[in-house]
Design a protein. Sequence first.
Length: 591
Amino acid sequence: MADAVVDNAPAKSGAPAPKPPLLNLAFLENISQMPMLRQVGLLVGLAASVAIGFAVVLWSQQPDYRPLYGSLAGMDTKQVMDTLASADIQYRVEPNSGALLVKADDLSRARLKLAAAGVAPSDGNVGFELLDKEQGLGTSQFMEATRYRRSLEGELARTVSSLNNVKAARVHLAIPKSSVFVRDERKPSASVLVELYPGRALEAGQVMAIVNLVATSVPELDKSQVTVVDQRGNLLSEQLQDTALTMAGKQFDYSRRMEGMLTQRVHNILQPVLGNDRYKAEVSADLDFSAVESTSEQFNPDQPALRSEQAVNEQRASSQGPQGVPGALSNQPPGPASAPQTTGGAAGAAGAIQPGQPLVDANGQQIMDPTTGQPMLAPYPSDKREQTTKNFELDRSISHTRQQQGRLTRLSVAVVVDDQVKLGANGEATRAPWGAEDLARFTRLVQDAVGFDASRGDSVTVINVPFAADRGEEIADIAFYQQPWFWDIVKQVLGVLFILVLVFGVLRPVLNNITGGGKQAAADSDMELGGMIGMDGELANDRVSLGGPSSILLPSPSEGYEAQLNAIKGLVAEDPGRVAQVVKEWINADE
């Protein structure tokens, strides 16, 4: 019976017939044969895998949401949602931060719709609209003043909050009650609390603007009575005090601004000539911030000036003789002069002429007055006094000089110029240094641009040095992995890969494990069949066919080792699972 082929071994007498699979599905029968704990774990694993797969698919298809508002605090939530819903814009609210999120593609349109609807964040401050409310008949003057102060505080807070760096602001006004007594009068004061955006700060000029804004909005409020504080507790109004450090900072800023202005002038004059990145210029300005006041008084003795003059001329004459009490010398005029005019007797006669008598000459003739033609009479005694006082002033000049702070004392300008680029006949660029005449022209241009003054000690230096090849910093293009579309594709690819890993790495092995139970049972029956045939001995020298989905012919022992080896190889290639199960049974039997 060498040629006999047994496709299916006869069943053992008395063995029960095999039970048909549940709902004709073998894997359900295999699941039912598993322990209860393993069944529950298998079902939970399958359900979790399916849920994770759906979550990954939804995550990969989820659109990118961007925040429209960081928070809905201070806004009419119903109005915002109604406006977005009417515009068919999908939105959601972040539960942790309260931010309003919309799709990235709808971000600009959502902002336009909300702006058109008049929806804007509110700071919660109450302004002059508080005065529009009707007041009761019995409202006291105190309540009216308090309501007005509260309205004014709200309006000032809104105005301060409109600055770019200020997120929110609160203003507190302390306005004392007016008094009829001047000595009891008190000035109002104000305090401002500003909440700044993260990473931003207020400059000294902006703080001064806030102080002036509040001071000019309240009657009789002085700028020194306004205090500005930020949310971190920093006293910003302290920057306005003229301390030494504050003055040094202002002087430094003034110096940098002047140097920047002069450097920009150099750029404006050289850029059209040399081009961009073909030169570098730096300006250093020495400024004198010392405050000097001088007063000088000068006299010029060569130019005297008559300031005042006083002259007194007094002359008295009398036609009468001496009068008064005899013996009183004070009333007697001095005697006439007795100096002889001529020698001889005539002189004695002339000297004896009494006042009021006709004058005679040396010959004894009367002297006639040529104007009147009458004889001239001897003069009576007279008193004459002259006094003159003159005051002179020398030329004097007084000058008061106060030098301006921040006066430019010296200016230094340094310019370095790259080599000029020339194109050859073949189109190749060659570099050549600038000539002395060209550098001299550039020097004159720079001197005229910055206001060069040799008497002040200014210096302007222009030199030609070739620049390094890698001096320029090129702006790199945005990488493809930084583009928004790249991450959308990555999300979808990751979702697909995760689904594939979930299917082929989890679900497929589980299903194979479930459906492999039927094959294992068939292998066990074949093993039993082979044992029965071996023990019977009737089919030991014949070919044996293992029953199953496909018949496998085993060669007889008489065909030789090569034929048996080839048959075993074919069996392994045809159904490796069954062979593995047979080997497993052998190992278990040996144990």
